[in-house]
Ligand binder design. Sequence first.
Ligand code: ADP
Ligand code: MG
Length: 671
Amino acid sequence: MPNIQVLPQQVADKIAAGEVAERPSAVVKELVENAIDAGATRITVEIKSGGVEYIRVTDNGCGIPAGEVETAFLRHATSKLREIEDLDRLGTMGFRGEALASICAVATVEVITKTVQALEGTYLKMVHGSAEPCEEIACTDGTTMMVHRLFENVPARMKFLKKNATEAGYVSDLLGRIAFARPDIAFQYICDGKEIFSTLGDGQLKNVVLKIYGLEYAKNLIELDYSEDGLRVTGVLGTPDLVRGNRTRQTVLVNGRYIKNHVIAKVVEDAYRNAMMVGKFPVFILNILVEPHFVDVNVHPSKTEVKFANEKQLYDFLYHAAKNALYSHQHVPRPLRETAQLNSAESVTETENLSEKKRYSLESISRPAVKKRGEKPNAEVISNYLNYTAPSEKGVSLTLHVPVEKQQWNRAFEILDEEAQSVHVSQAEEKSENSFVSSQEEISYEETAADFKRSDEREIPSAVQEELTLEVRQSDSASLCRVVGQVFDTYVIFQQGEQMFLIDQHAAHERLRFERLRQDYRQNRRFGQVLMMPVVVALDASELVVVQEQREILERLGFEIDEFGANSVIVRQAPVMTEEAEIKDLLTGIIETLQEGRNITLTEKEEKMLDMVSCKYAIKANKKLTAEEMTDLVDKLTELEEAGINTCPHGRPIKLAFSKTDLEKMFKRIV
Ligand code: ADP
Ligand code: MG
């Protein structure tokens, strides 16, 4: 074996450079991070030939003082870290002081830089790590770094590079993520002389998404800002409609630094579970803000991998943050639901004529309508909307459609109840002459806009006043949805507007049951059913421990279990509708879930268990449904859709749609 020798500095530098300057995008990353650390508000990145030929990063940051320019290129030269303890407190992107040294070792680098105080700027050129003397140069404040012919002196590295277009793609991807991290910085990215994107730097993440991913993405975002126990996460989540076949449009940032962490991506995806097909991925950009000591970013030279002090806490926190945002998005007010009803053929034609829903502001109503004795208005809260429907006569109903805050629901309800009690009943035959009612329709309810306004003044929340709309609709025959029938005892067909839908009744029912159970579970309503014949289930020692320790959860799920002899338990009560033969499977399945490792959050476990319970009872395929059952199913599904849910708990679709045009195309009526 040859003698052991210390490598010459130049060779060592080249090797070390490989870690930092692995490919053009890595170089861009270091240079842009330096620009950010320099306090720049405007950063331009230009590359040619995938960055192999040329990379330029220009910023309007603090610049480097003339006397320090050369030092900046020395290994371990940094202005950001003085002592090892500083590592914990560091808020900057870079701190290792090796990026510039590494890049210089493998390319020709030029720098032009000027601080605000300096009258002249400095120009420095370094070829493969050796500097040519500095020169004075006239330039604007800030720094421009130019990297020419990357790896020209390390041909071996060149071989690892991909096609220029691919390398350019990596740069675009990286810059996009940095732009997401810093909506307050205006980024411009130019590739081979063409501007790819430029962001405004106005601090609005949505605007960055618009510039980089386009309008389709920008308009389907849910904003998020959630904090708990010193952790905070901000960013945007794509709505469940915004699906991708891969994870490329997921960005996780920690204190503004882009990181790769599959577990975090997975945790966020789990929050979408039930709203998205298996194999599809949501879009999101999340910035996790933690105290620097909570995270160690120094584990990987390119700093894209991090370690967290308390991973479990972080995962639970993120899951809840995402779930919460998705949940509140689902409860954003939507237009009035169209009631599903079985209609005769002619009512459909009628429906078509009336299909335009008319909305009127209260101002347009000048006269009171009258109400028949004994009829009570019917108020219900759908999502955050209070739907206040007055009874109808001759098929016309009045619906007050009022957005309310959650905490205001109850009070609003009370008011409406009082209102209903005090409605002065009259048999006035007076025909409504309200301008918004067509001649053959009649409004016959005494509740009026004026009355409602009075009640506004008393208690109705201010939100109500802002957006009080009134809707007139034909109620008896006006449902815009018609159930046609069932095929193969498995699929329900219905028509709505210009579309035909096929529902998978099993998937639909499974989802409905799941949602119901979930609601009951959350509200701690037990859904157990006493068994006629208690069932004895044999368990092993570790399973018995779960039963003892997690009794509370098992009870919430509807079980009542006692120990029974050495190695078994007796189940006296089980989730409603579970068949006796299935109890053993269900119980052991749930125990298994409870035993699962720490990388699965409690909420995730709960959902998994609820899914198991709901699976046991759902209309199976191959079951004939009555007209009422079908209508009921369609009706309930409409509500679910309003909540943004359109798959079964396992992610299979519930409903397929065919437009009239689709059918016409299939039958070649149109081309
Ligand atoms: P690090 O960023 O880890 O400190 P670098 O090798 O990337 O190490 O940079 C070395 C030093 O050069 C930085 O600490 C900073 O003082 C200076 N520097 C680099 N780029 C810029 C820039 N664009 N503007 C101002 N100063 C810079
Ligand atoms: Mg740096």
